[in-house]
Each structure stands twice: as C-alpha cells, then as structure tokens.
Design a protein around this ligand. Structure first.
Ligand code: SAH
Ligand code: SF4
Length: 426
C-alpha cells in the first residue's frame, strides 16, 4: 500500500518536472512517506526528518514533504511542524491530491499543512511504477474493522471501494503495457463492494479481472479471515490467472486473544478455513501475519499460537511484536513485559523456519512457472522470481530473464529460497 502511494507521489513530482536522483544531497524535493503501524517505523522516520534539517541548511531551496499515515494521527501534524519547523509540506493520507499545489506553494516559500479527512482518495493520480513486472492496483481504501491493536482505521478512514469499471480499466491498461502481475490492494479486500451497493463484491471483481485477455497473474492483499467467502475461494480455484496463493493474517492462535483483538473469528474457524482452502486449491501457498505479546497473552495463549502455526503450515509468516498505538483500545489494556515478547518472537520464528524449510523440501523436483522479477545481487548471473504460490526462486542464466515467465525445475533450497533450473522459456 505504501509503496504504491510512493509511486503516486513520484507521479505527481514527475508531472511537475522532477526526476528521481540517487542521494538526498542532490535532491530538490525530499518526501517522507511515513507509516505508523508500529512504533519502530515511527522512530526511524523521526530520525530521518531530523537529518533533513542539515540538508536544508546546505540547500535552502530544498523542499521537505512529510505525508503518509503518521502525519494523519491526531495532533501529529501540529507536533511535527513544531518539532521540525523547516518541513514545507505535511499532508494526510487522503490529501495526496493536494501535493501538486503544495509543492508549487513551497517553491514560492509558502508552507502547507493539510490533514483534513475526506473521502476523495479515489482521484486517479499519475503514477511512476517501480515494481515491474508487478503493478499495484487499489481496489478499496480505509478499514472498518477496528482490531483493538490497530491504528489503521484511525488514520485511513472508513472503507470506500473504487467502482469496478475503474479497476477493470486500470488493469486492462496495465496488461496492455506488458505488466505480468497485478496485485489488487486493500486493507481488507474481502470487503470490496460493500459500500458500492451495486451488486459487486470481491468475487465478482476477481472473476471480471480474470476475464481480461493477456498472459498475466492476479494477486490480492490482504484478506480478513472473517470475510473470506466461498465465492472468493471458488473464484481462485476456477480462474487459472488467479494465483494459488493467499495472504491470510491470523494474528494469534488463541481464541481468547483473538476475541480481545476483535478479530471476530476463533482458532477453529481459522483452521477450518485453511482446510477449506487446501481442499479447494490443493497446492495453495498460505502466508500470514502473526503478532506476539498482545496485552494479556499468557504462556498458554502463546503455545496455542505455536500449535496453530504447526497445524496451518504457512509457507511464510510475517511475525511482529505487538506495539502500543495511542488511541487504540489495546493501548489501555494491561501490557506484558518486553522481555517476554522478545522470547516469544524468537520461539515463533524458530518454529516457522522449520516449517518453511519443510515446505521448500516438498517443492524439490517440482516444475514451477516462475515470473522473473529481477537480478539477484548476491550471486553472478542469477535471477530471482516467484512461483505462483509465492515462493522466491533463484535461477542461473546467462541471458536476461527479467520480466519473463519461465518454467523451472526446483533443484534445491536454502530455507525460504528455492534454486531452480530453466526447463523451457514460456
Ligand atoms: N489490514 C491487514 C493488515 C494491516 S497491518 C489485516 O487486517 O491483516 C499489517 C500487519 O501489521 C497486521 O496484520 C498485523 O499483524 C500487524 N500490526 C498491526 N498493528 C500492529 C501493532 N499495533 N503492533 C504490531 N503489529 C501490528
Ligand atoms: Fe488493522 Fe484490523 Fe483493519 Fe487490518 S482489518 S487494517 S489489522 S483494523
């Protein structure tokens, strides 16, 4: 989501005649696209904005912009302006449409602070895409779920979907430009269409996108287990273009913690969903997000998480230490010690690493269609790409494979990364 927003920021800057440069020292405009989902991201960005002060002293014409969800938090824009008075532009998550004017104002030494919430993020901003062969496409903005740990609903507003035709037009254009992977984006893609009231929902959208002609893959991020319907599972199973891979954040394996998180499913619901997915789409890769150290998480709750991880057999898991976020319900709950959280994340990662390796081993000898994403900078003449079910594969090749589908036989693996040999170009 943030990467795609940065692509829009770059699009606006390009429209104004700017082009990317390779160091902050050479820049005419510096944009910090912030994230406040966890404390660590916030600390880092404060450090970076602090450094901009020196750059501004060296180049008084430098324009410094702060946008993204951190600036949208209540009272933060004013605090930022006070702490970093040299910042020229501060915009909230729904004010990117003002960026162009704000930069022009800054060129004329007039600063802009606007974090007023509004529902117009549907405006089609220009984009400089940076992740070919993949292209990101927003389908729904905001979130209505209010998981008790999460700041997103406070900084990205309520759910609002893009009209289906808008999405289809964008995908068609991207496919005609040669993009081979389209990733549909939303905090909860499964809520797509709820607010449109025109009969469209996520499964109708998936089916329509899959009808677009051309050789491309469809991915989508992120799914909420409480809203993943049978129609969507059917759409994934029935459409060859939709990848057999799904990101399905579980957050915890303890029903009591899931309840306290306001996730609206329990561990059995989740495990049943995993079985249903595996039955409908046998080779599906399931990845997840897991958090440890949520307030009140007991040793037993944590063991339940480890047990769920063993049962669900995720091909990968993004594991996070719970981070207190001001204004959320969980922030007011009794917190657990940092050392306990540190211990738990270590154990969780160990358990998941073993599973990741086992799944890699199971893939040895299989034939996989890989979309090559780029060169592997660590090894010579080596490209890397992804299988349909989401695993990274390194491939040795003397010829340039970037942006191509290739058929690969998996020869061996290092933990999460597979090594493959080209069987034939597509
Ligand atoms: N909308 C998506 C994910 C949004 S944030 C969803 O519902 O799954 C991405 C991940 O960050 C979440 O899945 C969660 O695991 C993690 N996260 C969110 N808030 C967090 C917090 N306060 N502390 C630690 N991790 C958090
Ligand atoms: Fe945050 Fe929950 Fe919304 Fe995801 S669904 S963005 S975790 S509130």
């Amino acid at each position: 989501m943030n990467i795609h927003e940065s692509e829009k920021i770059a699009g606006v800057l390009e429209k104004l005649g700017y082009s990317p440069c390779d160091s902050e020292q050479k820049a005419d405009v510096l944009v910090y696209n912030t994230c406040c989902i966890r404390e660590t991201a916030e600390f880092k960005i404060h450090g970076h904005i602090g450094e901009a002060k020196i750059l501004k002293q060296q180049n008084p014409n430098l324009i410094v912009v702060v946008c993204g969800c951190m600036s949208q938090q209540s009272g933060v824009a004013q605090n930022l302006k006070r702490r970093f008075p040299f910042v020229d532009v501060i915009l909230g998550t729904s004010n990117l449409d003002l960026l162009e004017q704000a930069i022009v104002n800054a060129q004329n030494e007039k600063s802009t602070v606007n974090v007023e919430e509004k529902n117009n993020v549907l405006v089609n901003l220009p984009k400089v895409r940076t992740s070919r062969p993949n292209a990101w496409v927003n389908i729904i903005y905001g979130c209505n779920n209010f998981c008790t740990y999460c700041i997103v609903p406070y900084v990205r507003g309520r759910e609002h979907s893009r009209p289906q035709q808008d999405v289809l037009n964008e995908v068609k254009e991207l496919v005609s430009l040669g993009y081979k992977e389209i990733t549909l984006l939303g905090q909860n893609v499964n809520s797509y269409g709820n607010d449109l009231k025109d009969g469209t929902n996520f499964s109708t959208l998936l089916n329509q996108v899959a009808k677009i002609e051309g050789d491309f893959r469809i991915r989508y991020l992120t799914n909420h287990p409480k809203d993943l319907t049978d129609d969507v599972i059917e759409a994934i199973a029935n459409n060859a273009k939709i990848c057999n891979s799904i990101h399905l954040p579980v957050q915890s394996g303890s029903s009591a913690i899931l309840k306290a998180m306001n996730r609206k499913y329990d561990r059995d619901d989740y495990l049943k969903l995993v079985s249903k997915l595996r039955k409908a789409i046998p080779d599906i890769g399931i990845s997840t997000d897991i958090m440890v150290g949520f307030p009140g998480e007991t040793d037993q709750d944590f063991l339940d998480t480890l047990d769920l991880v063993q049962k669900a057999r995720f091909s990968s898991a993004f594991c996070f230490i719970y981070s207190r976020r001001k204004g959320t319900v969980a922030d007011k709950m009794e917190q657990i010690p940092r050392s306990v959280k540190g211990e738990r994340i270590k154990r969780l990662l160990e358990v998941q690493n073993v599973i990741t390796k086992e799944i890699s081993k199971e893939m040895e000898g299989t034939l996989q269609r890989v979309l090559v994403e780029g060169k592997n900078k660590k090894y010579v003449n080596t490209y890397c790409g992804r299988t349909e079910n989401g695993r990274l594969v390194n491939i040795k090749s003397d010829v340039d494979l970037f942006d191509q589908f290739v058929w690969v036989k998996i020869k061996n693996y290092q933990s999460a990364t597979l090594w493959g040999e080209i069987v034939k170009e597509d």
